[in-house]
Design a protein around this ligand. Structure first.
Ligand code: NAD
Ligand code: IPM
Ligand code: MN
Length: 364
């Protein structure tokens, strides 16, 4: 029997709850589609850091590396200064495992209401591809005269042809399997050095994909066009920070952060890819059972698709979508069920749902 070894980092806040719900659904899919999953839980996140003073050490990285894929919930805790866990764990793993392509599908599932008027399942099906290892996340920085009125902070940005080409190639290949349109999102009118490099790479790669159209939208204008005309976009490729921001916007358009999934792909397969919801640890609702686990389940679907379990991935997506369509609200006390109950309901649905009815996570 096929067996997949998953590393699991529940993390902080709602992370462990949504991850447990996703695993319930994954196990149901494994049972139905005839493969085995074994999981190794990693105790990483705020509690581990507060206890040990260590966010992530080399032995943990090497142990994670042995797995076929990593499922991550979320990290971030009000007791820990911003950046320590986020940079020290998530960004560190994305870089250590060369997960340069962050796939963030923006899809409105039938029966889910978008808060934006006029957005329908027919016109809302795009994928944001976010470069995941460079940009302002990678450049380092410094502050002089910190804490004084003369303080000056420098935050550098790194953009290389190598990483940019990797994700732009990925974008064109993905577009070939979708609606054949790539949109570069940047800020070439201000960030002239990085912007020009991105545009040059897109223009060069495009010469090899004559069947795919490409265009360009500034990141600020994207904040207008994405919610008001999502149907205009198929594959949006962008840098690390713009991708972070516009994917939360995309999440809103598709019904909220509780629905938005992501895959941190190592496109070469040289190290495990990591699958995590777009949302964070949501300390404002942690421990109440109000978190929607659909984003974690849909991220697990992207994981199964990557591991070659396409039917299971489709079943997970269809099951999550079918349960989402029944909820009176997509988050909070009015959701009609707890995180754990929804995990069980999605898992039950995996066994009955038509796997091809909704979408195709393997496309993303
Ligand atoms: P957040 O995504 O945690 O929460 C934003 C809002 O969305 C909150 O009101 C929250 O209750 C709601 N929300 C998020 N996920 C939800 C879900 N599944 N169901 C229902 N509602 C949900 O963002 P934030 O509040 O800016 O950040 C909180 C912490 O998480 C910070 O420490 C931040 O650095 C961290 N963070 C981590 C990740 C990650 O681990 N990948 C991502 C984003 C933020
Ligand atoms: C995300 C998060 C992360 C990011 C943080 C927690 C490092 O916001 O995955 O979108 O900025 O990439
Ligand atoms: Mn984010």
């Amino acid at each position: 029997m096929r067996k997949h070894h998953l590393a699991v980092i529940g993390g902080d806040g709602i992370g462990p709850d949504v991850t447990a719900a996703a695993l319930t659904a994954v196990r149901a899919a494994a049972g139905k589609f005839g493969f085995a999953v074994d999981t190794t839980e990693f105790d990483l996140g705020a509690e581990h850091f507060l206890r040990t003073g260590v966010v992530l050490d080399d032995p943990a990285v090497e142990k994670l590396r042995e797995h076929d894929a990593i499922l991550l919930g979320a990290v971030g805790d009000p007791r820990v200064a911003p950046g320590i866990l986020e940079r020290g764990l998530i960004v560190a793993l994305r870089v250590a495992f060369r997960q340069s392509v962050n796939v963030r599908p923006v899809r409105l599932y039938p029966g889910v209401e978008s808060p934006v008027k006029g957005v329908t399942p027919e016109n809302c099906d795009l994928v944001v591809l976010r470069e995941n290892t460079e940009g302002l996340y990678a450049g380092g920085g410094s502050t002089t005269h910190a804490g004084t009125p003369h303080a000056v902070a420098l935050q550098n940005s790194v953009t290389t042809v190598a990483a940019t080409t990797e994700i732009v190639e990925f974008a064109f290949r993905l577009a070939q399997r979708r609606r054949r349109r790539v949109t570069l999102c940047h800020k070439t009118n201000i960030l002239v050095h990085a912007g020009q490099l991105w545009q040059d790479v897109v223009d060069e790669v495009a010469t090899r994909y004559s069947d795919v159209e490409h265009d360009y939208v500034h990141a600020d204008a994207m904040c207008l066009h994405l919610p008001t005309n999502p149907g205009r976009f198929d594959v949006v490729v962008t840098d690390n920070l713009f991708g972070d921001i516009i994917s939360d916007l995309g999440a809103t358009v598709q019904g909220g952060l509780g629905v938005a999934a992501s895959a941190n792909h190592n496109p070469t397969g040289s190290a495990p890819s990591m699958f995590e919801p777009v949302h964070g640890s949501a300390p404002d609702i942690a421990g109440r059972g109000w978190a929607n686990p659909a984003a974690a389940v849909l991220s697990a679907a992207l994981c199964l698709a990557t591991l070659g379990e396409r039917d299971a991935a489709l079943a997970l997506e269809a099951a999550a979508a079918s349960v989402l369509a029944e909820l009176p609200a997509l988050a909070g006390p009015d959701m009609g069920a707890t995180t754990e109950e929804l995990g069980r309901r999605i898992a039950d649905r995996v066994t009955t749902v038509d796997p091809v009815a909704i979408g195709d996570p393997a496309r993303s």
